[in-house]
Design a protein around this ligand. Structure first.
Ligand code: C5P
Length: 221
């Protein structure tokens, strides 16, 4: 097994920015598991499958072949032989990802891919259930969070940079809905691992959070 750093937390807590920076600092690979759920969601949306069609989701997700490629250290997400890295970033795909990720067959489908990446590499992996379910033996487990308002503001800026305009209220409501779905689902709900370290980034800069995680890493390495 490689050295594994698991970073879990709710939507918009800054997991991907932080995880990417920590990985770069340590020359580990960064694995964004949310992107994998987004790719499956995109596949199902393109088939015209809706959030209510749980049986169809369970059946058709099996045909979504997701893979991760690294080009110049950047992660690309491929779906059935096409690069969907930017398409999966749309807000509607994120919302569908949050729905399909509660379907056991979808989680099962991605489990092996996530496990094998961590077995073969030193990784910083971010998601919702990495420290609790996917990599229970990870040497470092972080639960990264921030207030809904902070997360909403960050998300709005991110979307704006991509030319998508949404009101802060709409984004905060989306975040609350997504948190609720992620935390109350039956399978692998979002929660802090018992041996995880809580980091609240509401009043911290990106580099402060990165340093905090590097300090925790150095204690364990
Ligand atoms: O992190 P991101 O917003 O890209 O994730 C999209 C959705 O995928 C989340 O709202 C969550 O429901 C789901 N997800 C998950 N388990 C993970 C990563 C993401 O259920 N490990």
């Amino acid at each position: 097994m490689g050295f594994n750093i698991a970073i879990d937390g709710p939507a918009g807590a800054g997991k991907s920015t932080i995880a990417r920076a920590v990985a770069k600092e340590l020359s580990f690979i960064y694995v964004d598991t949310g992107a994998m759920y987004r790719a499956v969601a995109l596949y199902l949306m393109e088939l015209g499958i809706t959030a209510e069609q749980k049986d169809q989701i369970s059946e058709k997700c099996q045909d979504a072949h997701v893979s991760i490629r690294y080009v110049d250290g950047e992660q690309q997400v491929w779906l059935n032989d096409r690069d969907v890295s930017s398409q999966i970033r749309k807000e509607e795909v994120g919302n569908m990802a949050s729905v399909v990720s509660a379907v056991p067959a979808v989680r099962q489908h991605l489990f092996q891919l996530q496990r094998s990446l961590a077995a073969e590499n030193n990784v910083v992996m971010d998601g919702r259930d990495i420290g609790t379910t996917i990599l229970p033996d990870a040497q470092v487990k972080i639960f990264l969070t921030a207030s809904v308002e902070t997360r909403g503001k960050r998300r709005a800026l991110e979307l704006e940079a991509k030319g998508e305009k949404h009101s802060i209220e709409e984004i905060c409501q989306d975040i609350r809905d997504r948190d609720h779905r992620d935390m109350t689902r039956e399978i692998s709900p979002l929660r802090q691992a018992e041996d995880g370290v809580l980091v609240d980034s509401s009043d911290m800069t990106i580099s402060q959070v990165v340093q905090r995680i590097l300090d925790i890493y150095r204690e364990k390495a």
